[in-house]
Design a binder for this molecule. Structure first.
Ligand code: PLP
Length: 350
């Protein structure tokens, strides 16, 4: 994660916010937050005040921004834990103002082309007007202006240009309403890595911290290794069906190794036949259907003792699959692999 922070830092002069939503992209929110702060992240971001409060309880003191607020904004908790909240609609700000006893730090969130949260441009002036009155009534302090890029994964500055222009315009309107020039932030990992015009005062990076570049243009470092011990082995004859439905049948006599991880632990159930794991420095295929708590590995002529550690994914490359390999085998993006790792997988911080 430190190496990934360095890659991002080398590409932007803006403040870096480390996003630790979805339990730090599956790696543990506190773990990722601590690593990111140690590596120079100045802000933290989450999607709920509860998740932000947990970071405070773990001793993290950096400024924190939250958005989404699926159970509403608890103004008291936001003030008590020094948590900034993004507001993305007039109604949301109205509800916040009606319960705020002392000023809540807010970031005005504009929809910059995604229709997935944020205030539509058509109601921006109304939102700013309400924010101005709330500021004068000491209910809020406007601490930021936020947007989000819909097309940054294309790594094409022309694709980001409309959102950049909207942010500039939104910021100008905030200034002209007498709300000062609070920090503006638009880019996530792909914008931070590929398009300086999107950086404004701060970039919000999540995927990049754990080694995922959604733009596919920068080689980042995998931040985790998923291992499992062989818990059972079998020597089987040619023609042996393996797993539910017998979808795989051995073509020759083979050794099978059973690993105690399955789809309940995040192993994708629908995987290409190339899916494999590393054992003893070599890649062996996952065969038959993925079960809830188990997968079967065909180690061919080789047999490994029970207790041997297999690597499902890791940063090493070579025989060890990466998170990106699993995403390709499962027809998905690496994000779903790391956030899908289940709760019974023990997280050890190295
Ligand atoms: C998830 C998210 C980010 C971070 O995106 P990454 O590509 O993971 O860096 C930034 N901003 C918002 C609003 C998000 O929801």
């Amino acid at each position: 994660m430190a190496a990934n922070m360095a890659e991002i830092r080398a590409r932007t002069k803006s403040t870096i916010m480390a996003l630790v939503k979805a339990d730090g992209y599956g790696h543990g929110a506190v773990t990722v937050a601590r690593a990111a702060v140690a590596a120079g992240a100045e802000w933290l971001g989450t999607t709920s005040i509860a998740a932000a409060s947990a970071l405070r309880e773990a001793g993290l003191t950096a400024p924190i921004l939250t958005w989404l607020h699926s159970s509403g904004i608890d103004a008291g908790a936001a003030v008590a834990h020094r948590i900034d909240v993004a507001v993305g609609s007039v109604d949301e700000l109205d509800a916040l103002v009606s319960q705020a006893a002392s000023p809540v730090r807010i970031h005005l969130h504009l929809d910059t082309g995604m229709a997935r949260g944020g205030c539509p441009r058509a109601r921006w002036d109304e939102l700013i007007g309400l924010a101005r009155r709330a500021r004068d009534a000491r209910k809020v302090e406007v601490a930021g202006v936020m947007g989000h890029l819909p097309l940054a994964d294309h790594a094409d500055p022309a694709a980001n240009a409309p959102a950049v222009a909207e942010m500039q315009e939104a910021r100008r309107a905030v200034r002209e309403a007498g709300l000062g020039s609070p920090p503006a932030h638009l880019a996530a990992t792909s914008g931070a890595l590929t398009d300086p015009a999107t950086h404004f005062d701060m970039v919000r990076v999540g995927a990049g911290l754990v080694g995922i570049d959604p733009s596919g243009t920068v080689r980042l470092h995998g931040a985790s290794r998923l291992t499992a011990p062989i818990v059972h082995t079998a020597a089987v004859a040619a023609g042996t069906p393996v797993g539910y439905g017998g979808t795989y049948v051995t073509e020759r006599a083979a050794h099978l190794s059973i690993l105690p991880v399955g789809y309940a632990d995040g192993i994708p159930r629908g995987c290409a036949p190339e899916a494999g794991v590393e054992i003893g420095g070599r890649r062996f295929p996952v065969v038959g259907r993925v079960s809830m708590d188990q997968i079967v590995i065909d180690t061919g002529a080789e047999s490994f003792p029970v207790g041997t550690s297999a690597t499902v994914f890791g940063p090493d490359g070579g025989a060890t699959p990466t998170v990106q390999d699993w995403a390709r085998w499962a027809g998905t993006i690496p994000h779903t692999i790391v956030t899908g790792i289940g709760p019974r997988v023990r997280r050890n911080v190295g």
